[in-house]
Design a protein around this ligand. Structure first.
Ligand code: PHB
Length: 389
């Protein structure tokens, strides 16, 4: 009899715990933010976390009457770790959204979790075109490499840059950057003398830059992921490529605002195509850069920060529209959002779930003693060319 009473009591207390858990769950709206916070891509994690926290500080920590809980996890930029953390966040923490994803392989590894659990997954950093096709639950607020690559090939061809060698990191975004730049330059009557690919992690650029020097192109077109640009710039100068009259052009990942100011004179004059510069001339961006710096010891936001900030905007507005409900309804409320970002106007294409925004041609210049990517031409409302097939 005693035993039975004990059993009943423990079942009841178990039930109480469960319903308490369920209550807590309905009172909070959880966002699982998975980022590389350590290792070579830690700057991406730091920028995005800082931007997400700034968004919350500016827009309140409740949405649709629920408390927003941001759960930040370090995946050390290892795809199996990203996937395991995502699984835990969905099953144990019952997050409404998965967000972050500092590199393409990390987003691709996690896509099946989003599909199986019907959890919207907001890609704030990774930029290979195909990512949004890996799950119908993926929405992207970063950018795509083809957007930046096509714009650069058009600019090069109309600025006496006819012979180019491409030099890219050997994985998804690098291969996109190479393909879309090359095809477009050829279309414009240019020539690609060679297509060089360097390892994604700890690359030694020296032998590749030597090869570029020997080929004597008008320019070398470069993509390396954010966090890797500084050693490339240094070696470009050390190998004397600038003195040999070879121009350095590329996507904005190589003149990343996070480290641009520390690159020194070699960066001065470099022309790139990208969707965000910390010196973008709009009142909204000025406010964003100032608030970001104030909250982070003077740190300058880069394009990763903007992907995180806009990702939080998309999540907040969707949660407001669904009154905090998740799943398919939350995903649907993310599609088609149109708003002004610190980067300029942008929207989430309702069909592709991918970002549409302006691409700017920029030149590194000194402004009040600091190096900035100064935008001088705008290509408006650029859709991902990778989706046009
Ligand atoms: C990516 O892995 O998709 C990626 C990472 C960093 C970048 C761009 C793309 O700067």
């Amino acid at each position: 009899m005693n035993k039975r009473r004990l059993l009943v009591a423990s079942v009841l207390s178990g039930l109480a715990l469960t319903s308490m858990g369920a209550m807590a769950q309905t009172d909070t709206f959880k966002i699982g933010l998975i980022l590389p916070m350590t290792g070579p891509f830690a700057s991406t994690g730091k920028q995005i976390e800082a931007a997400a926290r700034l968004y919350m500080a500016q827009n309140g920590s409740t949405v649709a009457g629920k408390k927003v809980e941001l759960i930040v996890k370090d995946d050390t930029s290892a795809p199996d770790v990203t996937k395991r953390i995502a699984q835990e966040l969905v099953v144990n923490d019952k997050v409404s959204v998965l967000a972050g994803f500092g590199l393409t392989p990390l987003a691709l590894a996690t896509a099946p979790i989003a599909t199986q659990s019907k959890t919207p997954l907001v890609v704030m950093a990774a930029a290979t075109s195909s990512i949004t096709e890996a799950s119908p639950f993926i929405v992207r607020t970063s950018f795509t490499l083809p957007q930046a690559a096509v714009a650069m090939a058009d600019w090069a061809a109309s600025n006496q840059i006819k012979k180019v060698v491409t030099l890219v990191s050997d994985y998804g975004p690098g291969i996109d950057a190479e393909k879309y730049f090359k095809d477009r330059l050829l279309l414009n009557g240019g020539q690609v003398l060679d297509t060089l690919r360097v390892p994604m992690r700890n690359p030694d650029f020296a032998p590749f830059l030597q090869k570029v020097r020997d080929l004597k192109p008008d320019a070398v077109y470069v993509f390396v992921p954010s966090g890797i640009g500084a050693p490339l710039m240094k070696q470009f100068a050390e190998r004397g490529l600038d003195k040999a009259g070879i121009k350095l052009i590329g996507t904005g990942d190589i003149t990343d605002d996070d480290i641009l100011n520390g690159m020194g004179d070699v960066a001065n004059g470099v022309v790139t195509a990208h969707h965000y510069s910390a010196s973008h001339n709009s009142p909204l961006n000025k406010k964003f850069v100032e608030a970001f710096g104030k909250a982070n010891n003077g740190l300058r936001p880069n394009f990763m920060a903007v992907g995180g900030y806009d990702g939080m905007r998309v999540i907040y507005e969707a949660a407001k529209a669904t009154k905090g409900a998740g799943g398919q309804a939350l995903l649907d409320a993310m599609k088609g959002q149109i708003f002004e970002s610190p980067r300029g106007p942008m929207f989430i294409d309702a069909q592709t779930r991918d970002v549409v925004h302006n691409i700017y041609i920029r030149k590194v210049e000194k402004v009040n003693g600091q190096l900035y990517n100064q935008e001088f031409a705008t290509i408006k409302d650029v859709k991902d060319p990778g989706k046009a097939k």
